[in-house]
Write a protein that binds this ligand. Structure first.
Ligand code: DAT
Ligand code: MG
Length: 173
């Protein structure tokens, strides 16, 4: 009897766990690739994320090792372009960043455009500033899970700044 009551109450008051709940503190990993740095596009790319309202949480310039890049692109290790991709990404410094905000992973990808710049609409970063898929100037995490993994790979916890942006009350309801 008690078990039956427990089951009925449990069913009535059970709240579905909030899956994919959006959070203002979602984070993504964005990197300006060596071609973006060489072509003087660092300021323009940062400006787009700043003007959108996202919060800069971490940033550094770093020339990544082959091992580091192989780990970063591990999912693509079987692709024919993988060796060239790792070589290009390690050919010069990149500007590695963490940006924070509501839906920043998905919106960040929209702001970047398609992987192939030829398929990227004008108004997107890749649509406006590059031509070839093998030189597409910026990286952005493709999901919240991969973002968290990439942030851990590129940054130590102490490198992530914890502060309240003075804009936040005007960006969010
Ligand atoms: P994205 O960077 O849009 O997440 P991805 O993860 O599939 O795209 O690939 C990682 C990078 O590899 C991409 O930014 C550019 C390079 N790449 C992808 N497809 C390629 C191809 N067909 N030829 C050359 N480089 C490619
Ligand atoms: Mg990717």
């Amino acid at each position: 009897m008690i078990v039956t009551l427990q089951l009925i109450f449990g069913y009535l008051f059970w709240k579905k766990p909030a899956k994919n709940k959006m959070s203002n503190t979602e984070r993504t990993f964005i990197a300006i690739k060596p071609d973006g740095v060489q072509r003087g596009l660092v300021g323009k790319i940062i400006q787009r994320f700043e003007e959108k309202g996202f919060k800069l949480v971490a940033m550094k310039m770093i020339q990544a090792s082959q091992a580091h890049l192989e780990e970063h692109y591990a999912d693509l290790s079987k692709k024919p372009f993988f060796p060239g991709l790792v070589k290009y990404m390690g050919s010069g410094p990149v500007v590695a960043m963490v940006w924070e905000g509501l839906g920043v992973v998905k919106t960040g990808r929209v702001m970047l455009g398609e992987t192939d710049p030829a398929k990227s609409l004008p108004g997107t970063i890749r649509g406006d500033y590059c031509i070839h898929v093998g030189r597409n100037i910026c990286h952005g995490s493709d999901a919240v899970d991969s973002a968290n993994k990439e942030i851990k790979l590129w940054f130590k916890d102490a490198e992530l700044s914890d502060y309240k942006s003075c804009e936040s009350d005007w960006l969010y309801e």
